[in-house]
Design a protein around this ligand. Structure first.
Ligand SMILES: Cc1cc2nc3c(=O)[nH]c(=O)nc-3n(C[C@H](O)[C@H](O)[C@H](O)COP(=O)(O)OP(=O)(O)OC[C@H]3O[C@@H](n4cnc5c(N)ncnc54)[C@H](O)[C@@H]3O)c2cc1C
Length: 418
């Protein structure tokens, strides 16, 4: 029987899992290297809940684009020309997944996984998780009809789970969002997509976890995993030996090395993103808006407008490259001309946990009987947090619950990397 769980990582995946397992009645401890909750990737993102974007990053043609963009320091996609073997190996593995068949498999798997996403966020609110939650819907806007048609085709499979993308003209889009400029020619309206303030979601989940008795160990990086045969007994963190019946590795982009400590490394690498918060009030929006060709996410929050973008492979650090921020600002002004032209002073970065096939890794760690992994959510960690926690909970419960989710969970098994 599982009575206690230790969760490594207090990002959105770790917290959603802690909340779910505490509600299941387990004694939960969350261990995190950071000293406070408002620091990592889970607060530095666009905050979108977007089942309509259920697609893996490795897509046909993706690496070709990246190679063309490698000469531009402000491009939305960038691969560092680093000779580090783990980086090269990862990129080559990802290249192998940039084909139509794997992409279609990934879309299908992520779409099924997203079936209950909105219902689970509603349940958060019903259960007293407090966070800033917007239901106005999302607009994907484009300066070219061709790009719009590509996105329209890409979003068609999500109609199966009730998420649609309705084509609109530039003028129809401006009726909905007058801040959009004349260059916006066409777009898609996705009425069921939502967004949150990610900072408030992290705080809300942590508060609710504390209310349920979850213990938090902050400033405590896991540096060793103690095992006896196939069972992990404890993790060593912040000078403390933390014991539990079950361990969940949810350390975001660092989960690969953490899994190595537990005896089975996983190919999880960072995909660095950038963003900033505009508090000038010069542009107001109701919907979250995706600036299609620029690949920039714009999120209207109660006290700021958040802009986020860029996928940079090969850097593990949190340094802010001003060229990238400038790239986001410059390209966003094409769509939203009212934005200030000056580079924003408070830029931030976040490390998306990436896998070579672009799919999350959720399930038992091979070689261990009491270790589960929950990571690799790439651009969809906020969206997929509640449903990931649900899969972990079902796995622990076993029996009918785990049989019921087995089909949905299968494509995400860590075993695919053995
Ligand atoms: C620019 C940008 C925009 C994004 N926009 C969206 C969006 O709109 N919608 C969406 O769904 N997703 C979005 N994402 C993706 C989303 O933010 C991530 O998928 C998600 O935050 C990953 O959460 P996580 O809990 O796995 O990892 P993290 O948030 O990175 O948390 C991992 C935690 O583990 C801790 N840790 C690491 N190593 C150790 C260790 N050894 N011991 C103890 N603790 C450790 C870290 O301190 C950290 O707190 C975006 C990401 C970026 C960068």
């Amino acid at each position: 029987m599982t009575h206690s769980a230790v969760i490594v990582g207090a990002g959105v995946i770790g917290l959603a899992t802690a909340y779910r397992l505490a509600r299941d009645g387990l004694a939960v401890t969350v261990v995190d290297a950071a000293s406070e909750g408002a620091a990592g990737t889970s607060v530095h993102n666009a905050g979108w809940i977007v089942p309509i974007m259920s697609a893996p990053v490795p897509a046909p043609g993706m690496l070709g684009k990246a190679v063309r963009w490698m000469v531009r320091r402000d491009s939305p996609l960038y691969i560092h020309p680093s000779p580090r073997p783990d980086h090269v190996r990862f990129m080559l593995r990802m290249l192998r997944h940039c084909n139509t068949e794997d992409f279609a498999h990934g879309v299908e798997a992520l779409t099924s996984l997203n079936e209950r996403t909105l219902a689970l966020f509603d349940e958060y609110e019903e259960d007293g998780v407090r966070f800033e939650h917007h239901r106005a819907g999302q607009l994907l806007v484009f300066t070219s009809r061709r790009t719009m048609e590509e996105y329209r085709a890409a979003t068609a499979p999500m109609e199966r789970i009730g998420h649609s993308a309705v084509p609109l003209s530039g003028d129809e889009l401006r009726d909905l969002e007058p801040a959009l400029g004349k260059q916006v020619l066409t777009g898609l309206r996705c009425p069921r997509e939502r967004h949150v303030d990610p900072v408030s979601l992290i705080r809300g989940l942590e508060d609710r976890c504390r209310g349920l008795g979850v213990r938090f160990l902050r400033d405590s990086r896991v540096v060793a995993v103690r095992s006896r045969g196939r069972a992990v007994d404890s993790v060593l963190a912040g000078g403390e030996e933390v014991e539990g019946d079950l361990f969940v590795l949810a350390a975001g982009a660092h989960t690969g090395s953490l899994a190595r400590l537990a005896g089975h490394p996983l190919p999880v690498r960072p995909g660095k993103g950038y963003g900033f918060d505009d508090t000038s009030g010069s542009v107001t929006l109701r919907h979250s808006v995706y600036l299609g060709e620029a690949k920039v996410a714009v999120t209207p929050l109660s006290d700021r407008l958040r802009l986020a973008g860029t996928m940079e492979f090969g850097s593990f650090d949190g340094a802010v490259d001003p060229h990238r921020l400038r790239g986001i600002t410059r390209s966003a002004r094409t769509y939203l001309p009212g934005l200030p032209s000056a580079v924003q002073p408070h830029g931030w970065t976040g490390l998306r946990p990436m896998t070579p096939d672009g799919l999350p890794v959720v399930g038992p760690l091979p070689g261990k009987d009491n270790v589960l992994v929950a990571t690799g959510h790439s651009m969809l960690g906020v969206t997929l947090a509640p449903v990931t926690a649900d899969l972990v909970s079902a796995h622990i419960a076993g029996g009918r619950r785990s049989t019921g989710t087995a089909h949905t969970a299968a494509p995400f098994s860590p075993r695919r990397f053995t």
